[in-house]
Design a protein around this ligand. Structure first.
Ligand SMILES: Cc1ncc(C[n+]2csc(CCOP(=O)(O)OP(=O)(O)O)c2C)c(N)n1
Ligand SMILES: [Mg+2]
Length: 589
């Protein structure tokens, strides 16, 4: 069930299930499957066998054999982006710790990923036996604290707490839109639960806490007054709306209010980029169109829906200049307008309330009026002649033309993300990236997760060669699960974008020269279109063939190494200086 679809989360207590009482682990899987999750990413292990076995026979869940736990966590992150929630399953210590970077990314990017971990039996613990995957010191709890820090809620599940704890875990993970950490001692996992099982319903609009009525009214009054007084308001919606299933509600708000909006890179493709109210991508001095920077920075009211993240990569390297007095920021459950703070106000209630106020007033503004930035042509001009070598200049315009309206573009972190953020997506094309956490290698497993979560969309992954080398084993899992993405690897032979902060020419940015296009065959992807292109004619031919091909596709595109510098020299210099410690000048005396 995609987030945004309207389902309440009413729970039905099954008083007489007429079935055998479920075990702790089966019950947990039942409750998670109720949300609409259909896949579990993971690597098995003896401590996790009770979970692994239960997934294998579960009628609504399919086990996905990830190549390693980090990839499993990235895949569950991708899955959660498109399905609303995901599951990763690992074994005690060695498995769970390997997944941590992926889960911390899900924390940063606000994705409810349920991390299920099998742990030593209570019997082993009580007997004090020294067991594998420990430091041999009879300390069995060492990893719980570490893993729990990559979650917003955690619990050790037992027969008598399972019913209550699962409701708490699920509520909290969805309400915060962050991971949950669940441990299952091997013996307790297989025991029947005590208490009455609960059956939940599919994910939809996330049930946020009710707002305090007085605070909500005050926020709505303030916003309507500020909007009424503004002559150049701009809305900045964020990905938080997507996480809470509020995209449709936001679209209705745009419709009734007539306000115009811009996104930042983290929020790209929140709505189709041909939306009439869309002004473009605000990214400080790297905004597209370029004059959008002024439209946003000179707006007399900025309505931040969800909590804009003023991170370097989200603001053209902190080049933003947004006057806080002109911003009203609606976070998930609080609102800030200059010095004023309103607590216990949920973003869903504000959105609903504002929409109603506009409807009642039947007063509609006219998008940014005369303050709209110049809109670029829908498609970039094609540059490069047939026999010229492939390059960024010839690749991105052709990629733009290759994309179909229901495609989901997934971009790893690297030069490609900087380029794709600036690319106007054709109508209906959605995009996912990991802008805030920015862990390279996320893209390939996340693309698998997205493809399994939303099979109705074709997933087009664009990744640099360096990022791909970290997690490319997941291509094998794509072949195994039968998903048919289009994987595009940009081969420039180096960690190109790294040169932004480390200056060009360092040997540590060089990559082993792989024959990427040979990988899918070696990894068991039968029936895939695979090819390597080095000229514009070959690129065009490849795109045409892939569009006519039924199965998965893997395209390696050669890009000149010297092209991985998307910023002007002075920007690189500024970034280099701001991130590199300057030598201390000894003071007098
Ligand atoms: C897990 C992780 N390790 C290291 C980095 C640092 N890093 C950021 S971008 C990058 C290089 C990406 O290279 P590539 O994927 O080849 O893309 P290019 O810029 O060359 O197009 C590196 C190493 C990171 N962000 N994440
Ligand atoms: Mg590279």
């Amino acid at each position: 069930m995609a987030p945004g679809e309207n389902h309440d989360q009413t729970q039905v207590v099954i008083s007489n299930p007429g079935l055998m009482t479920p075990s702790v682990v089966t019950y947990a899987l039942d409750r998670l499957a109720d949300l609409g999750i259909g896949h579990v990413f993971g690597v098995p292990g003896d401590y996790a066998f009770p979970i692994n076995d239960a997934v294998e026979v579960h009628p609504r869940l399919t086990w996905v054999p990830s190549a390693n736990e980090l990839n499993a966590a990235y895949a569950a992150d991708g899955y959660a982006r498109r399905r609303g929630a995901g599951i990763v399953c690992t074994t005690y210590g060695v498995g769970e710790l390997s997944a941590l970077n992926g889960l911390m990314g899900a924390m940063a990017e606000r994705l409810p990923v349920f991390h299920l971990v099998g742990t030593p039996s209570l019997r082993i613990v009580r007997q004090g036996l020294i067991c594998h995957h420990t430091l041999g010191d009879r300390n069995y709890d060492r990893f719980e604290a570490i893993s729990a820090s990559a979650s917003c809620v955690s619990a050790r599940l037992t027969p008598d707490n399972a019913v209550v704890e699962l409701e708490r875990l699920i509520d909290k993970a969805l309400e915060e839109s962050k991971p949950a950490y669940l441990t299952f001692p091997m013996d307790l996992a297989l025991m029947p639960i005590t208490g009455t099982p609960i059956q939940g319903s599919a994910l939809g609009v996330i049930d946020q806490h009710d707002s305090v009525a007085g605070e909500l009214e005050a926020v709505l009054d303030l916003l309507m007054a500020r909007i009424g007084a503004a002559s150049r308001p701009v809305v900045l919606p964020t990905v938080t709306l997507k996480r809470f299933g509020l995209v449709k509600a936001f679209e209705t708000f745009l419709q009734v209010s007539g306000l115009a909006y811009a996104t930042t890179p983290m929020d790209k493709s929140l709505l189709s980029e041909d939306h009439p109210a869309f002004l473009g991508m605000y990214n400080g001095h790297r905004s597209t169109p370029a004059d959008l920077q002024n439209v946003v920075e000179e707006a007399d009211l900025l309505i931040d829906f969800g909590g804009l993240v003023l991170e370097d990569l989200n603001t053209g390297l902190w080049s933003q200049s947004l006057d806080p007095r002109r911003i009203v920021a609606m976070h998930a459950d609080w609102v800030q307008a200059g010095d004023q703070v309103f607590t216990s106000v949920s973003i869903s209630d504000v959105l609903e309330g504002l929409t109603k106020r506009f409807q009642d007033a039947s007063k509609r503004l006219s998008y940014a009026g005369e303050h709209r930035p110049t809109q670029p042509a829908a498609l970039l001009p094609l540059s490069g002649t047939a026999d010229q070598p492939t390059s960024s200049a010839s690749f991105y315009p052709r990629l733009q033309q290759f994309l179909r309206s229901s495609d989901l573009l997934v971009s790893d972190t690297g030069t490609c993300l900087l380029k794709l953020n600036a690319l106007r997506l054709p109508a209906g094309v959605a995009m996912e990236s990991q802008t805030l956490w920015g862990s390279i290698g996320w893209g390939t497993p996340a693309a698998l997760g997205c493809a399994l979560a939303e099979p109705e969309r074709r997933v087009v992954l664009v990744t640099g060669d360096g990022a791909h080398q970290l997690t490319m084993q997941e291509i094998g899992v794509m072949g195994y699960t039968g998903v048919n993405p289009v994987v595009i690897v940009l081969n420039n032979g180096l960690f190109g974008v790294e040169a932004l902060i480390s200056e060009t020419g360092h040997a540590y940015n060089n990559l082993p020269a792989w024959r990427y296009a040979d990988l899918p065959a070696a990894l068991g992807c039968d029936g895939w279109w695979c090819g390597r292109v080095s000229t514009v004619a070959e690129l065009e031919q490849a795109f045409a063939e892939i569009n006519g091909h039924e199965g998965g596709a893997y395209l390696e595109v050669l890009i000149p190494a010297e092209e991985s510098q998307p910023f002007p020299e002075e920007v690189i210099e500024t970034l280099h200086q701001s991130l590199t410690p300057q030598p201390t000048v000894p003071g007098p005396g």
